[in-house]
Write a new protein. Structure first.
Length: 157
């Protein structure tokens, strides 16, 4: 039996509306990562890169990012107490931003690559600002807190 009777007359018509569309994976662009790192300091550097590596399912890089980030914070604990008091933090901030953007463009996706690939979408700039401010709080707690403790206990003068 051919013709119109061979089709299920109660089935929904075949359209593109019936196909499930998976939502795009939200990614931070290299500029967003650089800005979030500028706001959030070393914790921002670690967080924004780690978040993209996880979203891109590059778990080895994500783990490496956390390990190297912990080493960076430990290095800052050792270095900062011995810098002169008048030392500007701007060279550190510039180094974080340049490093973050370079890693994002080299090991993650460029802005045009995110824009052209339908699997990905950009994260909101508001998300970058809020996460950056939270990372700033984390940077202060993780870096300034232990250094203040060293001063309080008289280990560093």
């Amino acid at each position: 039996m051919g013709g119109w009777m061979s089709q299920d007359q109660y089935a929904a018509p075949a359209t593109t509306f019936n196909k499930a569309v998976s939502p795009a994976i939200a990614i931070y662009s290299p500029i967003q990562i650089a800005f979030g790192t500028f706001l959030g300091g070393p914790v921002g550097l670690i967080y924004f890169l780690w978040k993209n590596f996880v979203a891109l399912e590059k778990y080895t890089y994500a783990r490496r990012c956390l390990i190297l980030g912990a080493a960076l914070i430990a290095a800052l604990w050792l270095l900062l107490p011995f810098l002169p008091e008048k030392t500007s933090g701007m060279p550190f901030a510039i180094a974080y931003v340049i490093t973050a953007r370079h890693i994002a463009e080299t090991y993650q996706l460029t802005k045009p690559a995110i824009a052209e690939d339908p699997r990905y979408s950009f994260r909101s700039n508001w998300n970058v600002v809020v996460a950056g401010v939270l990372c700033l709080v984390g940077s202060v707690v993780l870096i300034v807190g232990p250094i203040l403790a060293l001063y309080m206990f008289g280990i560093v003068k």
